[in-house]
Every structure is written in structure tokens, then in C-alpha cells.
Design a protein around this ligand. Structure first.
Ligand code: SF4
Length: 338
């Protein structure tokens, strides 16, 4: 973040739209300070820009705008395409819509018809809603599904604010899913037993081809190593595994490489999933981007597109073989439901 020209923010946010109601919010000031050369435009609602009809996300992605908006209180029950990791009360929430990275398989392209990013600057309403749930039962909450919060933490300070909240809510466990490789940012946060850093790892072949702007596997593994060394809870997510033409060779070599750096004993757990996507999202993704991911001949089951049974089982079997060398079975979670 120190050098915006060379960071993932390069060429981004030449225009920043700010809802009138949050013009004076401290997080708005923090963000605007970082982008002092951007044109700031006041708006009445983020929807005027984000939900406009006839947008072209592929063009917008070259130079996205940022929209700063009032808080979003919604806490949603976990979707069926997501993993609960054995947690009974599984929810997710989004204080940011869209991601600074650009993965070709990302469901956000199917969910939103805009590539601009929206940041809901005020978390207080979200915390109030969460407190109501916590009064009833413990909560397992994923806060970094519809974006990568760690990648934008130096800009936003969201995770620091979540840490402050979580420090006094031991019955709330939060997962921060990320492809970011900044251990420095993680180590700058308070150490909490109810915050899990969930690093998504992919073979370098997948990163180079499909996960645009994301850190390399080597850098992600270094970040994992530093995070476990600091005795933080770390989850590794091998999700989505992709049916590349030579996936057996690629994924076996990949798992070897991962466990040359990381010891299974140091991990909180791991999750495994193969690519799957809801029917409606894939339809939108095909309109937004023509690529080998969107036009693969998937099988449709209960409204979810996925690989055929044999391919799925071969992918899962590679993961099971390789992971069971390093972790007990009760620490390995597979996404299998369709
Ligand atoms: S890092 Fe995750 S949220 Fe961001 S573009 Fe990639 S898949 Fe989507």
C-alpha cells in the first residue's frame, strides 16, 4: 500500500463515489487519504452506480471505481455451495462487494453485474445484528467471502475493527479467507483464538492462468509459514480444485510442495472443494467472460453446475491421498453436497 503504483491498486479507483451520509465517516477519510489523486464524486446511494443497467464488467475491471457506502447489516445463513466446517450455526457477512483480485472462476462475476468495488464503511450495525444472534447461540461467521479483506486491510482497517469486536465475543468465531500473502498485516493484528486465517492455495499453474493479480504460491506459503509460527489459527483451503488436462500430476506435485513448507501439525484444519457454481451465476459468468472455466461442459444437479462424478471423485481422491499423509481425517473437510 505504500506504493500504490506497484500494488494491486495500480490503475484502480480513478473515481471514488461517496454516499452523502458517509462523507464525514473516519473510514471514508482514511480511504480518500490513500487516493488523493482520485476524483471524488458524491452520490445518494451506491446502487445508483453499482446497480446501473448495461454495465460491462470486463471493461470496468481495467479501471474500477470505488464506492463508499453506509453499513450493511445483513448476516446471511451460509450458502449450500459453501463449507460449514462442521459448525452448526454458520453465517457469512460482507462489508465489501467485489474483490481487488480477478480470478476467472470467481462466483462474484455471476453475482454482481458490475466490477466496481463497494465498501460499507460503518460496521456498527453489523455488530449489533451479530450480538442479537450471539445472545441465542454461538456463531461461526465467514467475513471474507465476497472480497479479500486481508488484501485491502492496509487501506480499510476492517480486520482491526473486527478484532476489537471479537476480543470480547469468545462465542463468535470468524474465518478470514484470503489469497493475500501479507503476513506483516496479519502479525500487526491482535492475536485472537477466535479468528481463523484461511489461506486459499492453488498450484502455480492455476494461479498463473486463472488467479490474476494474486500472489504466487511461493509467497502465499511464506505467509502461511509466518502466520503459523506466530501461533495463529491457520486453515488451508484447496478450493476450488480444477480439472486441468493434467490435474493428477499438477495436484500431486502441488500438495508435495505445500507440505515441504508447512507442517500438518501446525494447521487448525484444511478444506477441499472442487469447482462448482450455481446455475444462475454461471449464466451471468458466461456473459461476462468467455474462458475454459465458464464454458466447461459441467453436469447440473439441484441447480448447481459441477464436474462429472468420475472427475470429482478423482480430484477428491488425490486430495484425500495426499492430505491424509499430513493430517488426521477429522481435520480434513470435503465439500461434497450438490
Ligand atoms: S480472491 Fe476470491 S473473492 Fe477475490 S476474485 Fe479470487 S475467488 Fe473471487
Amino acid at each position: 500500500m505504500n506504493d500504490l503504483k506497484t500494488s494491486v491498486f495500480a490503475n484502480q479507483f480513478s473515481h471514488i463515489y461517496v454516499e452523502k451520509g458517509v462523507m464525514e465517516h473516519p473510514r471514508t477519510a482514511q480511504v480518500l487519504r490513500r487516493f488523493s489523486n482520485s476524483t471524488v464524486v458524491e452520490c445518494s446511494s451506491y446502487k445508483d452506480i453499482f446497480c446501473r443497467s448495461h454495465q460491462e464488467p470486463s471493461t470496468q475491471r481495467q479501471s474500477r471505481s470505488l464506492i463508499l457506502a453506509q453499513g450493511n447489516a445483513a448476516i446471511y445463513p451460509g450458502a449450500k455451495v459453501c463449507q460449514s466446517m462442521g459448525n452448526e450455526h454458520f453465517y457469512y457477512t460482507s462489508c465489501v462487494m467485489n474483490c481487488i483480485y480477478d480470478c476467472e472462476y470467481c462466483y462474484l462475476q455471476g453475482m454482481y453485474r458490475s466490477a466496481h468495488m463497494v465498501m460499507f464503511v460503518d460496521l456498527s450495525e453489523t455488530f449489533r445484528e451479530l450480538d442479537k444472534l450471539l445472545a441465542i447461540h454461538p456463531v461461526y461467521l465467514c467475513i471474507s467471502y465476497d472480497t479479500d479483506l486481508l488484501a485491502i486491510e492496509p487501506l480499510t482497517g476492517y480486520l482491526a475493527e473486527w478484532c476489537e469486536y471479537l476480543a470480547t465475543r469468545p462465542n463468535c468465531t470468524v474465518e478470514v479467507r484470503t489469497k493475500c500473502a501479507s503476513a506483516k498485516t496479519i502479525l500487526s493484528l491482535p492475536k485472537l483464538s477466535n479468528m481463523i486465517f484461511a489461506f486459499t492455495l492453488s498450484p502455480q499453474e492455476v494461479i498463473s492462468r486463472y488467479e490474476h493479480s494474486t500472489p504466487s504460491l511461493k509467497l502465499r506459503l511464506e505467509a502461511v509459514d509466518k502466520t503459523v509460527s506466530d501461533e495463529r489459527k491457520v486453515r488451508l483451503c484447496f478450493d476450488p480444485m480444477l480439472a486441468l488436462s493434467d490435474f493428477e500430476t499438477v495436484y500431486r506435485a502441488f500438495f508435495n510442495e505445500v507440505f515441504e513448507t508447512v507442517s500438518g501439525e501446525d494447521l487448525f484444519d484444511v478444506s477441499v472443494g472442487v469447482f462448482r457454481i450455481s446455475k444462475d451465476y454461471l449464466k451471468n459468468m458466461r456473459e461476462a467472460r468467455e474462458c475454459s472455466i465458464t464454458y466447461y461442459p459441467y453436469t447440473l444437479t439441484n441447480g448447481v453446475y459441477h464436474y462429472d462424478e468420475e472427475t470429482e471423485q478423482r480430484l477428491f481422491s488425490i486430495a484425500r491421498d495426499e492430505l491424509s499423509k499430513h493430517l488426521p481425517s477429522d481435520k480434513i473437510f470435503f465439500w461434497t453436497e450438490c
